[in-house]
Design a protein around this ligand. Structure first.
Ligand code: NDP
Ligand code: MG
Length: 389
């Protein structure tokens, strides 16, 4: 029987990689849902070769354009309308919308899917407690797709979480690993966006350049695996071949290696528990001989200090970090602030007295998260104007 599948954010970097995998095995899948925002050309191509049953298109103009062109597909402008009409179970869904816009759709799709692979790290960081509740309620299985978290999840298969002594998450170091501090401070978006190893969306590429991505990944790992921060170490590993290392209490250490291609974790989340083969590069002797690990230079990557601000349990403070950083990355990409201001303004905002109380507040619902996000975005814009003067 064909596997029913949904791809949220099908036109993005993760979404397109997922589509590529499905395209190569079309006879095994029935595409129930694709969702996107602006990218008319890409979604039109995907409609042609995947023949999806339903589309959710966030951008109104694109929605009307598609609705006029494709009369036989159910096309919706928002998730609520789609879910009102939908009452079946999907076999596999991937949540790959960028930013907090992906949170509500992720929570919604969990109700309708047997397996959910989550790439959208913002929803895990800000609302893991809400996600976990939905997973349990709907008996939905979860697979993390961020490569480090997929690796840890894979290494922990059939292991008790209590047997873990230490987990090392690796970081490539991004495009500025070997740049001088003074040059990093003045770096332009076109350089910040060029990741040496991975091809990713713009936002996450900038987070890799500032290393905020690792701050986010550590929080993500803490939540998913329910482990104390003291169990985690982040190490620079410029080759990005080893994605995670797990040391167990019995003295054994396992590590997971794969090419720098998101196709591998996504493929393995789709074909989990099957013997499906994926062609991948040979792991050459040269590669193994060049594995390097080193500590992070906090002078070059001061964003890592943000970890000190974090409460150990999930709180609304994470929404503040995510929203402020998101706004700052957007301002940087639009050349409104410089690269170094990203961490300076973030630090300034996190030190504001009015935000401290959120460290004690557990998120209860998405409305609370979205309202706080909007407020923080406004505050961030105001701070960025002051700091530009
Ligand atoms: P992209 O920016 O490449 O793609 C984002 C996708 O989300 C696009 O399909 C976009 O549509 C859609 N989208 C954006 N806003 C909305 C909205 N308001 N409503 C509906 N759809 C929307 O992002 P990535 O693929 O790089 O990342 C996706 C998520 O996965 C992020 O949370 C990221 O942190 C995480 N991740 C990404 C990795 C990577 O290698 N790229 C690795 C690990 C995690 P459109 O194209 O039409 O604008
Ligand atoms: Mg990652």
């Amino acid at each position: 029987m064909k596997k029913k599948i949904a791809i949220l954010g099908s036109t993005g970097s993760i979404g397109k990689t997922t589509v590529e995998i499905i395209k190569n095995d079309k006879k095994s899948f029935d595409v129930i849902l694709l969702t996107t925002n602006n990218n008319f050309r890409e979604i039109s191509k995907q409609i042609k070769y995947l023949k999806p049953k339903n589309l959710v298109i966030n951008n109104k103009k694109i929605y009307f354009k598609l609705k006029r062109k494709y009369k036989k597909i159910n096309i919706f402008n928002n998730f609520d309308l789609f879910f009102k009409k939908f009452d079946r179970k999907i076999d596999y869904s991937i949540s790959a919308i960028s930013g907090l816009s992906g949170l509500q759709p992720t929570l919604d799709i969990i109700k309708y899917t047997k397996n959910v692979a989550i790439a959208n790290k913002e929803s895990i960081i800000c609302a893991w407690n809400l996600i976990e509740k939905e997973l349990k309620k709907n008996k939905t299985k979860f697979i993390p797709v961020d490569s480090e978290h997929f690796s840890i999840w894979y290494l922990l298969k059939n292991k008790k979480i209590q047997s873990v002594e230490e987990i090392i998450i690796t970081a490539s170091g991004g495009p500025f690993l070997n740049w001088k501090l003074n040059n990093i401070k003045k770096a332009k978006p076109e350089f910040a966006i060029k990741h040496p190893n991975w091809s990713m969306g713009k936002k996450i590429s900038i987070d890799s350049a500032t290393m905020m991505n690792k701050v986010f990944e550590l929080i993500e790992a803490q939540r998913i695996f329910n482990l104390d921060r003291s169990k985690f170490t982040i190490l620079i590993h410029p080759q990005s071949l080893v994605h995670a290392i797990v040391k167990f209490e019995n003295g054994l250490t396992k590590l997971l290696i794969h090419d720098t291609n998101m196709k591998i974790p996504i493929f393995n989340s789709i074909y989990h528990n099957t013997n499906k083969k994926l062609k991948s590069k040979k792991l050459g002797f040269d590669h193994l001989n060049s594995l390097v690990f080193k500590k992070i230079d906090l002078k070059k990557f001061p964003s890592m200090n943000i970890l000190k601000y974090l409460p150990s349990k999930i709180s609304l403070f994470e929404t503040i970090i995510v929203s402020c950083n998101d706004e700052l990355v957007d301002l940087f990409l639009r050349k409104k602030i410089n690269f170094w201001s990203i961490h300076l303004i973030l630090k300034k905002l996190l030190n504001m007295k009015e935000f401290t109380k959120y460290k004690q507040i557990t998120p209860n619902n998405t409305r609370q998260i979205y309202e706080l996000c909007e407020y923080v975005r406004l505050k961030t814009r105001a701070l960025s104007i002051i700091s530009a003067k």
